[in-house]
Design a binder for this molecule. Structure first.
Ligand code: ATP
Length: 369
């Protein structure tokens, strides 16, 4: 059934999460009007400061309320000085990935026109790939469960399951197909692993190829993680969809963000069978929090990813058009209007970016053709 009305759980968090969410809300307001969408926004607090004040990282019913929404819009949570008694960081986003089985951490790495090139190569502008970080198992399966034996040895165990690897592969093949249709990318899925050393990765690769065989139109390949670290710097324009294990994906997506101007330009979506959570790839950035200088582009592009996902799930072409308008407005703002955020040496603050992109959407200057 088609719906243009959506219930959103909005979780700004803390640090720059609050600031970039405010800019994203301005953009959301603009697309709501222009594309005749309707958003019911339910705000849910949470994070390290919430933990300090209340003893809990989220309100008691926070997870349940978020789970009942159509989509979760998440800013950033966590603070270096506020930790659990065992010294580990407060990261409700990791708990939510597990609780809602958000196995696909989708991190598009796309060169935005006008953002100064990081690589001195003419093909820099062709960078358009997606890292898909498996987000419920891998090395992170040991989070909070590792052991230290007699102060002499420490162990964390990696877990790779057939079920999740099949889900991840299916997801990536569909994503590559969709990108081929909408963006003209090659329809190629490259598993990033270390199957030459570890049994768990050899198993992952076997299941990957078994599952990819059900998608004969997709070009399925593999690449070792170490070689990928090299090639993402040397020739990132050659890659399309890159599924990988949780920890590898964590690291590679920061590398990817570095390629396109930094964390402020890297959006993300955490997708499961029943839920979707959308957040920038960056954290709370305490060093710049409260100064109004954070780059909200990653958060704004995460809103676009949310609208695309909602549009697909609910048959809403208005939501999909709104997603495209946000992306085009971002490109127009940086590529044509010389918008420059502080992280790339400019002087445009968080609010200015949000207002400019919202204005472009309102006046239809960057509408999809
Ligand atoms: P986490 O572990 O939660 O991912 P982190 O410790 O890796 O967080 P981030 O908050 O992601 O740190 O960011 C690292 C640094 O990058 C920040 O300290 C900040 O200087 C810069 N940074 C991150 N996001 C932005 C942004 N949106 N705009 C400008 N600079 C940013």
């Amino acid at each position: 059934m088609t719906s243009n009305s959506f219930h959103l759980a909005v979780m700004p968090g803390e640090g720059i999460g609050l600031e970039v969410m405010e800019a994203a809300a301005t953009v959301l307001g603009a697309v709501e009007k222009r594309f005749e969408l309707s958003f019911h926004q339910e705000h849910i607090p949470g994070g390290a400061h919430h933990y300090k004040e209340t003893g809990a990282i989220l309100p008691k019913d926070g997870l349940e309320r978020a789970g009942k929404s159509d989509a979760i819009l998440f800013g950033a949570m966590g603070w270096p000085d506020i930790r659990f008694p065992d010294g580990t960081e407060i990261a409700p986003q990791l708990d939510m990935r597990m609780a809602f089985e958000l196995y696909a951490g989708v991190r598009p790495i796309r060169a935005i026109p006008g953002v100064p090139p990081v690589l001195a190569h003419e093909r820099w502008k062709d960078i358009d790939l997606v890292i898909v970080r498996e987000s419920t198992e891998g090395m992170f399966a040991s989070r909070g469960k590792g052991e230290i034996i007699d102060d002499k040895e420490a162990r964390d165990t990696q877990v790779i399951t057939r079920k999740v690897t099949e889900q991840l592969t299916d997801f990536c093949c569909k994503l590559a197909r969709n990108r081929r249709e909408t963006r003209g990318t090659p329809g190629r899925v490259t598993l990033v692993d270390k199957a030459n050393v570890f049994r768990s990765f050899a198993f992952m690769r076997k299941v990957f190829y078994e599952t990819a065989a059900k998608h004969p139109d997709i070009d399925a390949r593999h690449h070792y993680i170490d070689a990928m670290a090299l090639d993402l710097v040397r020739r990132p324009w050659d890659f399309d969809v890159l599924p990988t294990e949780n920890l590898f994906g964590d690291i590679l997506s920061d590398l990817g963000a570095g390629l396109i101007g930094g964390m402020g330009f890297a959006p993300s979506a955490d997708i499961g069978a029943a839920h979707g959570m959308f957040q920038p790839s960056h954290g709370t950035a305490p060093d710049i929090a409260g100064k109004g200088v954070a780059n909200p582009t990653a958060m704004i592009l995460s809103v676009a990813m949310m609208l695309d996902w909602l549009g697909e799930r609910h048959g809403s072409s208005a939501a999909r058009d709104a997603a495209r308008a946000i992306e085009l407005s971002v490109d127009h703002a940086f590529g044509t209007m010389n918008l420059r955020t502080y992280d790339i040496g400019g002087r445009h603050g968080t609010r200015h970016i949000g207002n400019t992109i919202a204005e472009l959407i309102r006046n239809g200057q960057a509408d999809p053709q």
